[in-house]
Design a protein around this ligand. Structure first.
Ligand SMILES: [Fe+2]
Length: 303
């Protein structure tokens, strides 16, 4: 292997192994574990150590049970093969290494197959707090423990069903501009719903309101802020609000939505799909997130 690939490790923003895969157009890759540098393992160790007490305090019980079930290492980047050995028997889910952003339809379709596209790079030690793109700490420490929970795993699969329904509902529209417009609106609604639940969701529980969203569970500062701060508005999840609410990615979330349980969330995703079928997602409020060309194309090509 070329010297530079080994020397750079698998650090977010500088991981030649991943960049080369991306340049070749390879989305699914292997977790080249031998490439992690000492600094990469150190980053995981520090992130994990400082999150631990915050999880005990602010994470929902299913997440804590998931952490225990997965037995993630505290002192090194986990091997996905080891994580999957524990995860798969519980819910059928698997973490699947990817080289970067997975376009919308492909992402949801992976969930439908119980595969979770997982980033293998880790943030640099001098940027522990804020990273706009996901890294393995976000994906494996933030998301994967939730995938040990059967009801939550079923919710993710339902998102995959929704993506198929979106394709089905729009594929017969002859006028290309209208088809694109409607699809963009539906994808925006789905992305907002995913954002305010799977990424930033709060849940009522025996210990009060706790976090189950992975964006919160992988952020040292935002997790406490989401639960404790007076600056955050927290409301019971309302479908008509969530699908029309812009999602800002570059600041602590000022608005969060609370669910009662994962059965409740499952029911809500079912309603999302029902609304899609009824045309109620065809004209959601414009705004964030932007729907990229590759997201849109992934849905158009799935037809
Ligand atoms: Fe995420």
């Amino acid at each position: 292997m070329p010297q530079t690939i080994a020397a750079s490790g698998l650090t977010t923003g500088s991981a030649p192994f991943v960049e080369e895969a991306r340049n070749r157009g390879d989305l699914y890759i292997r977790q080249a574990y031998e490439l992690y540098s000492e600094e990469n393992h150190e980053a995981w160790k520090r992130l994990y150590a400082r999150m631990r007490p915050r999880w005990e305090r602010y994470a929902n019980g299913h997440f804590l049970a998931g952490l225990q079930a997965l037995n993630l290492p505290a002192d090194r980047v986990p091997r996905l093969s080891e994580v999957n050995l524990r995860l798969q028997p519980l819910t059928g889910f698997q973490a699947k290494p990817v080289s970067g952003y997975v376009p919308g339809f492909l992402f949801f379709d992976c969930l439908r197959r119980r595969e979770f596209p997982t980033t293998i790079t880790i943030r640099p030690v001098d940027r522990m707090d804020y990273l706009p793109e996901p890294d393995i700490f976000h994906d494996v420490a933030g998301h994967v423990p939730m995938h040990t929970e059967a009801a939550f795993a079923d919710v993710l699969v339902r998102f995959g069903d929704c993506a198929h329904t979106a394709v089905e509902r729009t594929s017969a529209i002859r006028d290309h501009a209208e088809r694109t417009r409607r699809l963009t609106s539906i994808i925006r609604a789905m992305s907002r719903f995913f954002w305010f639940t799977v990424e930033f969701g709060l849940m009522r529980g025996p210990r009060g309101v706790c976090a189950y969203g992975s964006g919160l569970l992988s952020s040292y500062g935002e997790l406490a802020h989401a639960i404790e701060s007076d600056e955050v508005q927290r409301y019971p999840l309302q479908m008509e609000w969530v699908i029309n609410q812009g999602a800002e990615i570059d600041r602590y979330q000022p608005l969060l939505f609370i669910i009662d349980s994962f059965d409740h969330l499952f029911e809500l995703v079912g309603r999302l799909e029902q609304w899609m079928r009824e045309g109620k997602l065809d004209n959601v409020a414009p705004g964030l997130p932007e729907i990229s060309e590759s997201d849109l194309r992934s849905f158009l090509e799935a037809a």
